[in-house]
Design a protein around this ligand. Structure first.
Ligand code: FPP
Length: 235
């Protein structure tokens, strides 16, 4: 078990390597996403058990629409399955939120998302943000538009705008910035994930492919995080 006093408040995870995991086994890419969804559930449960307060998981980016249609369908189906099962996870006390431009999803998914958010809104355990059709740059753009509108309607003056004004208009408003971003699969990029919120995040890259990610991998990342000397621009 990792040391409690040095746990990050907010962890972001980029679930990467599902396709490669499947390819290595001669399976279709969607088989990797299926096991990836199991790794996701396992990770959420464990982070909650450890007492992590916020976990943001990158499930589908604004760029992922470039993938073949059957792969996109398979990922959306996994999301739908998760939403259908969500009521069985109530005892876990996880507050679930969906972040991203949700307007593109079908009405049945939007209804399930609204129900899942509503039913877990008073839960006091981990806050889980599931990022779907999410892009960090779009999120900032959206905040800029909201601020511009408020300025044009004289609800806000330009001089009043601070970084907090922007943070308050992101999907993660009210939540602390991300402290730790974990990316498995050997890739070392942020890929438009939590662009604004990651200004002072620690990054941990791992070679493990996402479907193989387990409790031990999270323990390892947390042990590494505990050793980092975070200075936030000071000395
Ligand atoms: C990246 O791996 C993974 C994705 C783009 C999809 C992740 C989605 C899931 C695991 C579905 C579950 C989601 C929920 C919310 C239940 P990749 O395909 O880019 O891997 P590669 O780099 O090896 O090709």
């Amino acid at each position: 078990m990792p040391q409690k006093d040095v746990l990050p408040s907010h962890i972001g995870i980029i679930m990467d390597g599902n396709g490669r995991w499947a390819k290595k086994r001669g399976l279709p890419r969607k088989a990797g996403h299926k096991i990836g969804a199991t790794a996701f559930r396992k990770t959420v449960r464990y982070a909650n058990k450890l007492g992590i307060k916020y976990l943001t998981i990158y499930a589908f980016s604004t760029e992922n629409w470039k993938r073949p249609e059957d792969e996109i369908k398979a990922i959306i189906e996994l999301l739908r399955n998760y939403l259908n099962d969500a009521k069985n996870y109530k005892s876990e006390n996880v507050k679930t939120r969906f972040i991203g431009d949700l307007s593109v999803f079908d009405d049945d998914i939007l209804k399930k998302i609204a129900d899942c958010e509503e039913e877990s809104s008073n839960f006091t355990g981990l806050t889980l943000n599931i990022a779907i059709n999410y892009g960090g740059q779009n999120e900032i753009l959206n905040a800029v538009k909201l601020i511009s509108k408020e300025v044009s309607e004289n609800k806000l003056s330009v001089d009043e705008i601070t970084t907090q004004t922007i943070a308050d208009r992101l999907y993660t408003r009210g939540q602390p910035d991300v402290d730790l971003i974990i990316r498995p699969s050997g890739e070392q990029r942020l890929s438009n994930f939590l662009t604004f919120q990651s200004a002072y995040a620690e990054f941990i890259f791992m070679d493990t492919l996402w479907p193989d990610f387990n409790e031990k991998c999270l323990d390892k990342a947390l042990a590494e995080f505990a050793k980092r000397n975070r200075r936030f621009g000071g000395i």
